[in-house]
Ligand binder design. Structure first.
Ligand SMILES: *Cc1c(COP(=O)(O)O)cnc(C)c1O
Length: 377
């Protein structure tokens, strides 16, 4: 089945005989057993719940994995994933990371004796490998600097050195990028973003190829209790139905806005993977089928950047991304505030940087809103 059809119909498993078109929300904590030593296949909803299972099978199919696990948030997914590692293990991670992931790695995982090296370029990643290295963790494109990494190249490196490759695919979703097909072992998602798509619930996912790794992650998720609730599973299933349609439209609008921003004298730089001026444009063309709808841009002066945040009307000044409502974020004070100031500044995450998540509004309305917000008064 093609991607669009899979989004609408999901894994197709039937759980009842009413003919319900929408998958039922099995709002039950526990399931009765037919007899001693027997099970309907469901025992307790922390372990598995039919609504969550339907969502997991759907996401596994969309990413081209053998299994997927749904978590209460993207951070719950990363937290569970980190239990794969033991004291002394070393990970190489993208040098531009979502702030919450950075906080988890450098404030919590380090307390368990796990070590990290930040690296951007694949050659720097290769140079950072030590006998203790167990995995490479990539975000591509990165949040918020929109750096793109050649997944296949890093996958070859990881395979040659016996390392696991984990890719955070939140920004592009399987509609535009399928890391497992490029050699990754694990795909991570904040389902809160494009997969849910409506800024109304939180979720996270891990999608894997190897059945043994899936079994290990299922053990961890069940033990840690990081699972997604039935109603939230249903909300993400509902969001997934329109994933392809939303992203097609959002990407088209984002390309229009990125081109418009380039013409503005107040704007010093525009970071959007679909611009020919993006340093990794060629890699994006090779490994993705689209450029997404996230744009980071730098205003010439900080006072004007702050003015934009205070003056936007249609665009909401809020954290998060990927929903139908356009949101603008100030990474330096919001999503990336916990990253040490020197490290943040060195990456270009400064007081002039704004991050725009382009929603489903008309491009002309979004441009009119940005125009009035940028006007010096
Ligand atoms: C939001 C986000 C996360 C964390 O997900 P939550 O659902 O907010 O816990 C992880 N990675 C990226 C790239 C994100 O944007």
């Amino acid at each position: 089945m093609d991607f669009e059809s899979l989004c609408v119909h999901g894994s197709g498993k039937k759980y009842d005989h009413t003919g319900a078109i929408s998958v039922p929300i099995f709002q039950s904590a526990t399931f009765a057993h037919p007899g001693v030593g027997e099970s309907t296949g469901y025992d307790y909803s922390r372990t598995q719940n039919p609504t969550r299972e339907y969502l997991e099978h759907t996401l596994a199919a969309l990413e081209g994995g053998t299994d997927a696990l749904a978590f209460s948030t993207g951070m719950a997914a990363v937290t569970t994933l980190m239990e794969l590692f033991a004291p002394g293990d070393h990970l190489i991670v993208s040098d531009d990371l979502y702030g919450g992931t950075h906080r988890l790695f450098f404030q919590l995982s380090v307390k368990k004796g796990i070590k990290f090296t930040l690296a951007g370029d694949p050659s720097l990643m290769e140079a950072a490998i030590t006998p203790a290295t167990k995995a490479i963790f990539l975000e591509t494109p990165t949040n918020p600097m929109m750096q793109v990494t050649d997944i296949a190249k890093v996958a070859r490196l990881a395979a040659a050195r016996g390392l696991r490759l984990i890719v955070d695919n939140t920004f592009l979703t399987p509609y535009f990028q399928r890391p497992l097909s490029l050699g990754a072992d694990v795909v991570l998602h904040s389902g809160t973003k494009y997969l849910g798509g409506h800024n109304d619930t939180l979720a996270g996912f891990l999608v894997v190829k190897e059945p043994e790794l899936a079994a290990r992650l299922r053990f961890l998720a069940n033990t840690m209790g990081t699972c997604l609730a039935p109603f939230d599973s249903w909300l993400i299933l509902r969001g997934l139905k329109t994933l392809a349609a939303r992203l097609t439209w959002q990407q088209k609008t984002a390309a229009t806005i990125a081109a418009w921003l380039l013409t503005r004298p107040e704007v010093a730089a525009v970071r959007y993977p679909g611009l020919k001026s993006h340093p990794d444009y060629a890699i994006s063309c090779r490994q993705t089928s689209g450029f997404g709808a996230m744009i980071s841009f730098e205003i010439r002066d900080e006072a004007l950047a702050r003015q934009v945040l205070g003056r936007v009307k249609l665009i909401q000044f809020a954290e998060s991304l990927g929903g139908v409502e356009s949101l603008i974020t100030y990474p330096t004070l919001q999503t990336h505030a916990d990253i040490p100031a020197a490290e943040r500044e060195a990456k270009g995450i400064n007081g002039r940087l704004l991050r725009l998540s382009v929603g489903l509004e008309a491009a002309a309305d979004l441009i009119a809103d940005l125009t009035q917000a940028l006007a010096r008064r």
